[in-house]
Design a binder for this molecule. Sequence first.
Ligand code: AMP
Length: 112
Amino acid sequence: MSDCLFCKIIAGEIPSDKVYEDELCYAFNDIAPQAPSHFLVIPKAHIGSVSEIDGSNSGLVAHIFEVIAKITAEKGIESYRVVSNIGEQAGQSVHHLHFHVLSGRDMTWPPG
Ligand code: AMP
């Protein structure tokens, strides 16, 4: 999608701090980290949010979770939180599906 920030990052039009890449997804460090380690994993295909996941694209989401397990294992991260914000009230600011992976500090529950 031409006006999507994360599509521009995938295309290399906006610089990013790459963590991982394969044919289906891209991972990069968050520009405003909320924990000592905070990276995002996104599908290369434009999907607006979790609300747009269905039988046609859920395999991609399964792949992303495999990638999250792989990246965290390689980094030696044993405890972490995966978050996806959906919609304005939940705090979604970029409308391209992304999973925050946060670690390295104590986290509260329930989240604020
Ligand atoms: P959300 O608010 O859940 O939609 O998450 C969007 C995330 O994207 C935020 O944590 C931002 O800090 C992050 N972000 C925005 N622009 C960039 C960028 N150019 N590079 C890396 N992360 C970004």
